[in-house]
Design a protein around this ligand. Structure first.
Ligand code: APR
Length: 251
């Protein structure tokens, strides 16, 4: 396991202490210490199945059934996942007014669970803790959907308009939430320090955000166990475990 030098970690904290405004940008790596596997570390259960593209979900009843089967199976793995010290460190930056918001690619709701107000978590890839109707947008709670799905084997349909109901996450091929992306782009444009935590930075358009921040003059810091696609443009790369690096911020 990589363990970057204490000098690098000290340097990180110097930069964080000096920054009046920090935009945190997180990926699946911040949740692995809560027991939620990331997507691209070899052996991840997410790698077992090819993702079901949005178009297939919309067009095929079989694809919707398979997508819901996988969803509930994965949920069982993480039902008791709790925020870890990395989440708590970022939550403290928000609570102290040093971070205006957290931009996340994650769908697990752990930033909110660590105490960050929902309005300060910008979820670029949606949220997997509830579902919505693709036709009318009506919100559906998973606890209400699961028993009916497991009893009938039928994919959930909207209680209001009978449209297809899907986990409120963004699938490959599905439009990104424009309001979230615009808010995140604005934060990147205004960032003084842009802090990437636990992302391989391979998925676009999310990965344009550190590039936008760097281009406008922000200090770009990447905290990640493995090399990322954007290490070359970062001002500081901390190759270590997130909890160990950010822990002192959690208080
Ligand atoms: N400490 C430091 N780094 C870690 C830790 C940890 N405890 N755990 C994992 N990492 C690193 C991994 O080495 C990896 O480089 O976090 C990174 C996570 O990268 P990905 O698994 O690719 O996750 P992410 O970048 O969030 O993926 C982006 O891809 O599949 C889509 O929509 C999905 O939002 C996701 C997007």
């Amino acid at each position: 396991m990589p363990d970057d030098s204490t000098d690098t970690i000290d340097r990180l904290h110097e930069l964080l202490d000096r920054a009046a405004s920090i935009v945190a940008f997180t990926g699946a790596g911040i949740s692995t210490e809560s027991g939620v596997p990331d997507f691209r570390t070899p052996g991840s259960p997410w790698m077992v199945n090819k993702p079901i593209p949005f178009e297939a979900f919309v067009k095929s009843r079989e694809a919707r059934i398979e997508a819901w089967r996988r969803k509930f199976a994965m949920d069982d793995h993480y039902a008791d996942a709790a925020p870890n010290i990395g989440h708590r460190a970022l939550a403290r930056l928000v609570a102290e007014g040093r971070a205006p918001a957290i931009v996340t690619q994650n769908i697990d709701g752990l930033h909110q669970a660590s105490g960050v107000p929902d309005g300060k978590v910008i979820e670029l890839h949606g949220n997997g803790t509830y579902a919505t109707c693709l036709a009318c947008g009506w919100r559906h709670e998973l606890a209400a959907i699961r028993p009916a799905f497991e009893a009938s084997g039928e994919p959930p349909a909207c209680v209001i308009c009978a449209g297809p109901v899907k986990s409120a996450t963004v699938s490959f091929g599905q439009a990104m939430p424009q309001d979230k992306m615009s808010a995140a782009q604005q934060l990147a444009l205004e960032a003084e320090l842009f802090l990437v935590v636990g992302s391989s930075l391979v998925v676009y358009p999310a990965a344009t955000l550190p590039i936008i921040a760097k281009k406008q003059g922000a200090t770009l810091v990447i905290v990640n166990r493995e090399p990322t696609e954007l290490d070359a443009i970062a001002d500081l790369v901390v190759r270590a475990e997130i909890g160990a690096v950010l822990g002192r911020l959690a208080g």
